[in-house]
Write a protein that binds this ligand. Structure first.
Ligand SMILES: Nc1ncnc2c1ncn2[C@@H]1O[C@H](COP(=O)(O)OP(=O)(O)OP(=O)(O)O)[C@@H](O)[C@H]1O
Ligand SMILES: [Mg+2]
Length: 223
């Protein structure tokens, strides 16, 4: 495995323009994440956690500063290059799951593998393996509306893992779940550490954050 930093952020800022005003969502943030490291990102609502995770996940680009993901300068990459990097190396889990409602659990997990042109045989093996791992073999052909919140989040985690990412980004993955279901999701995320995956998770839950190697309080971090 390469020893390059998974994420290297220096004085990263992100501004949004709303009408004639500029909103600073993230201002001068610095962080390095090593392979296999689990970092919890905390801070009050509105401090820029989701914005920052979108930057780390190459969904968006910074307005200022320097951000490298897997040694690549995110600002210098084209949209297509960012999409390719995301597809191959990054898994994203959202608070509200974002499963496609018309697809079954199986098909939701399979989708990024279709995009990555994985063969049908390998897709089938991998989807079954992942759904078994998250305890959903018996819900394979259910659509999202036929699943509970905790089950939907487990499908979303399986989907995030399907292309064997080196970085898992989770934005309040237990925010919509009751405590017990949330604890099961966190146990699953913790288990992934044995895969050597780097994990960056935004959370408001101090118990969840304690699972991480390191807790970063966004309000207190300057570049
Ligand atoms: N697309 C956007 N356009 C304009 N402003 C935005 C946009 N996205 C976020 N913001 C603003 O940027 C700030 C940071 O938002 P962000 O969603 O990153 O916060 P957060 O820390 O994730 O909050 P929460 O804990 O509530 O999820 C907020 O003030 C928000 O209103
Ligand atoms: Mg957020």
């Amino acid at each position: 495995m390469s020893t390059e930093a998974v994420i290297r952020a220096e004085a990263v800022g992100k501004n949004y323009r709303v009408g004639s005003s500029i909103i600073e969502a993230v201002g001068g943030f610095g962080l390095s994440v090593s392979p296999g490291e689990f970092v919890a990102l905390m801070g009050p609502s509105g401090c820029g956690k989701s914005t920052l995770l979108n930057l780390f996940g190459c969904i968006d680009t910074p307005s200022s500063g320097r951000l490298e993901v897997f040694g690549r300068d995110v600002t210098a990459m084209s949209e297509g290059e960012r999409a390719a990097l995301r597809l191959r190396r990054i898994g994203f889990v959202f608070q509200r799951f974002y499963l496609l409602p018309v697809l079954t659990a199986y098909e939701n997990v399979e989708l990024p593998m279709l995009e990555a042109r994985v063969s049908k045989h390998d897709r089938r093996t991998r989807v079954r393996e992942l759904l078994e791992r998250v305890g959903l073999s018996h819900r394979m052909h259910h659509r999202p509306y036929q699943l509970s919140g905790g089950e939907m989040q487990r499908v979303a985690i399986a989907r995030a893992l399907c292309n064997r990412p080196d970085l898992l980004i989770a934005d309040e993955p237990t925010g919509e779940l009751d405590r017990k279901t949330g604890a099961a999701i966190l146990a699953l995320i913790e288990e992934l550490r044995s895969d050597g995956l780097a994990i960056v998770m935004a959370t408001h839950d101090a118990h969840a954050a304690e699972l991480a190697d390191r807790i970063v309080d966004m309000e207190r971090v300057a570049a």
